[in-house]
Write a protein that binds this ligand. Structure first.
Ligand SMILES: [Zn+2]
Length: 307
């Protein structure tokens, strides 16, 4: 079954300065490696549609949306914090980054494609209902989850997050939402360093020590994520696919390699086959070493489509 590859040219126009690791070149590294590996020939390439304000307001506050609109610069940068900056194209990119997930959800719920990878930026999992942070503006995966629940009428959506950083925004948004289960691991102590305890039984978010490698991660996925996911029986799985836990990525200190990303993805594919008719939508989050990022996305997408 074909996997969808969803992106948009506007995602390259958001940039936060030549020094910034969350760069447009990340998307080039991904498409280069998908092409060089031959995998791109097997994917169904699809352009993201922009999200509407109504889509965004299922997750974010009207005040926050107004703030972003008001501060979008005509030129140069508007710094929201030290490393989260808006340029003139940031909002345009953010609309299609969030919209990619909606395009993907529509497709995987109607078929024939059952899996999709959204190669988008800005990323989303740190974005809070009323605050941009950690390079994130709209919480793309949360917008897609709410759309699947409230527009398409699904009853259970699972979110798996394997970025090296804690998906604090996603956790905050769905802490009291029984229709969502979130499973993640994250380096701790580390950015954003907000909390240590899971806020609810639907949150299986597991802190791991710096320098942990694939064995530790596979163990916690097997013992903590998979039993919870199999009990929950999601009708759709969404993935916050950050690749900054790779051993070559200087942003974090975990030691994953491509084979670990493939293994995690294969386990999610198995859960999706059990209860979700195979439906998985994955979103690019972090991943800043360009070579490791491109190779890891190839491993992830290959596993998603069982190529
Ligand atoms: Zn990250």
């Amino acid at each position: 079954m074909e996997t969808l590859y969803i992106t948009h040219p506007l995602c390259r126009l958001h940039e936060m300065g030549a020094w910034h690791p969350e760069s447009p070149q990340r998307l080039d590294a991904i498409s280069d490696q998908l092409t060089a590996s031959g995998l791109m020939d097997f994917l169904a390439v699809c352009e993201a549609r922009p999200a509407t304000p109504q889509d965004i307001l299922r997750v974010h506050t009207p005040e926050y949306l107004a703030f972003l609109r008001q501060h979008a610069p005509a030129q140069g940068y508007f710094p929201i914090d030290a490393d989260t900056l808006m340029n003139p194209e940031t909002l345009e990119a953010a609309w299609v980054a969030a919209g990619a997930g909606l395009t993907a959800v529509d497709h995987v719920l109607s078929g024939p494609s059952r899996t999709a990878f959204c190669a988008v930026r800005p990323p989303g999992h740190h974005a809070r209902p009323g605050q941009a942070m950690g390079f994130c503006f709209f919480n793309n995966i949360a917008v897609a989850a709410r759309y699947a629940l409230d527009y398409h009428g699904l009853s259970r959506v699972a979110i798996a997050d394997f970025d090296v950083h804690h998906g604090n925004g996603t956790e905050e948004i769905f802490s009291h939402e029984d229709r969502v289960m979130m499973c993640s691991f994250y380096q701790h102590p580390f950015f954003p360093g907000i909390r240590e305890e899971n806020p609810g039984p639907n949150m299986i978010n597991v802190p791991v020590e710096a320098y942990s490698g694939g064995e530790v991660i596979r163990e916690l996925v097997t013992r903590q994520w998979l039993p919870a996911l199999l009990r929950f029986r999601p009708e759709l799985i969404l993935v916050s696919a950050g690749f900054d836990a790779h051993r070559e990525d200087d942003m974090g200190s975990l030691k994953l390699v491509e084979a670990d990303y493939a293994w995690i993805t294969q386990r999610l594919v198995e859960v999706a086959a059990e209860s979700a008719q195979g439906r998985i939508v994955s979103f690019l989050e972090g991943g800043y070493d360009l070579s490791a990022l491109g190779r890891s996305v190839v491993a992830h997408v290959r596993a998603l489509g069982e190529y």
